[in-house]
Design a protein around this ligand. Sequence first.
Ligand code: NAD
Length: 262
Amino acid sequence: MKTLENRVALVTGSTSGIGLAMARRLAMAGAEVVMNGFGDPAEIDCLREEIAESAKTRVHFVPADLSKGAEAQMLVKQTLALCGRIDVLINNAGIQHVSSIPDFPDDKWDAVIAINLSSAFHTSKIALADMQKRGWGRIINVASAHGLVASINKSAYVASKHGIIGLTKVTALENAKTQITCNAICPGWVDTPLVRKQIEARAAAQGVSIDDATRQLVGEKQPSERFVSPEHLAELALFLTTEAGGSITGSAYTMDGGWTAQ
Ligand code: NAD
């Protein structure tokens, strides 16, 4: 069912992983989609065209470095200039850095907080002004199981993800009397480049194979011992954009194979 026909969706960090699956799913549901993220321009253009053709909808790419507040705000302004409106905003772009607090480089702390947390404030600020004019909108913040519980060596990531759940609640409350909702999605381990880097580092540090490092990493936290799939996360995001999702606001939805049930 094309539940998002005549709707415009912006998905940050949608050139890879979870964001890419979400952009594709929203396009298949009929939305005109604006993609964003880093990557090889030719590869991004192929992805954009492939999604547009298979979904039979318009798909754009707008570059922006979301570590910079002004670029995050400009991304939404350009979406409005291109498409005339914004109905669905998915704040998904994110990075990780793994290190204990005494060794954590200052610039990495700043980058993780800027991309994972502050960019969502900047995009939401501009998008909300447009959504409030029309009285309808859906903001989805991709947080993490690390928005609810902590792990060692991930101070900036855990702080940013706890922070974005707080931002989600405030956004929801400020708009509760309208048809604008804001929710967070909290994935467990998902097999994307962000996690591959951690698996490779673990394999190298412990002198084990990639398969063994993967099993250890996932099994340590996630009772299902299976990765969460980007496509399943995209279905959850799509549900939150529907009319049926209209009473859900200020929530943090886990899809984590039981991680935070422990
Ligand atoms: P990914 O590395 O596959 O994708 C990250 C995306 O963000 C890419 O499109 C990348 O180009 C973009 N990006 C990074 N820095 C950017 C910047 N400065 N400006 C603009 N775009 C930028 O990672 P993923 O696993 O798909 O992560 C997506 C989101 O899901 C992140 O917020 C991440 O924290 C969250 N998450 C991931 C997992 C997991 O296990 N993979 C678990 C929980 C939460």
